[in-house]
Design a protein around this ligand. Structure first.
Ligand code: DC
Length: 207
């Protein structure tokens, strides 16, 4: 079984992806980490984020087995990842890795922006997770405060809106719901309620 989970920044799709993978005993790939790792390599190397040949080379050299998830999950790297992810050649360089991850038995949960539309158009179940931008900003700010960072929720909201705009309007593989995706709005749901709702969607789709 392949589950495709797409959604905007801080919608909770990563947590949902992890929980669904554990529930159905599937492997899980947070595809945002791939773009974050490319951005990280560019920044570490002192390269501009729009240097296409360098970004493609970084994408080809990724080794997901060596990712430090916590270091890649920062708010700032999310913005940089959004910039490199708009480069079509970077997306192309990461395509086969994602496809073969999904295809290996017993199946997988992939979360990202283009899973249901481009990476796994034949996924068994496609969920698009959404939440009001203000709620996403509040959740992200709370996470950052819990990690000891001082944050202004208005700045986080502005970053999230900028990222939504870039990820949804780029010409290649924008964040759009596949025609057969089911929307899950988590604005008024806590994580447990969101997980239950997602499992109910999967069960309905499998019947
Ligand atoms: O899911 P995330 O917030 O960690 O993703 C970081 C950025 O990477 C996001 O703003 C856009 C990009 N991304 C993408 O273009 N396609 C994906 N499948 C996953 C992430």
């Amino acid at each position: 079984m392949i589950l495709a989970i797409d959604g905007p920044a801080a919608s909770g799709k990563g947590t949902l992806g992890k929980r669904l993978a554990a529930h159905y005993r599937l492997r899980h790939l947070d595809t945002g980490l791939l773009y974050r790792a490319v951005a990280r390599a560019m920044l570490d190397g002192g390269y501009s984020l729009d240097d296409v040949p360098r970004a493609v080379a970084a994408a080809r050299q990724l080794d997901p087995a060596r990712f430090d998830e916590q270091a890649l999950k920062t708010h700032a790297l999310g913005g940089a990842a959004s910039v490199v992810s708009a480069i079509p050649q970077v997306r192309e360089a990461l395509f086969a890795l994602q496809r073969s991850f999904a295809a290996a038995p017993p199946g997988a949960v992939l979360d990202g922006r283009d899973i249901g539309t481009v990476i796994c158009p034949d996924a068994d179940v496609k969920i698009v997770v959404t939440a009001a931008p203000e709620v996403r900003a509040r959740r992200r700010a709370a996470e950052m405060r819990a990690a000891g960072t001082t944050v202004d929720e208005r700045d986080i909201l502005a970053d999230i809106l900028r990222r939504d705009e870039r990820d949804s309007n780029r010409p290649v593989a924008p964040l759009v719901a596949a025609a057969d995706a089911i929307l899950l709005d988590t604005t008024c749901l806590d994580i447990e309620a969101a997980v239950s709702a997602a499992i109910a969607i999967v069960e309905r789709a499998r019947r």
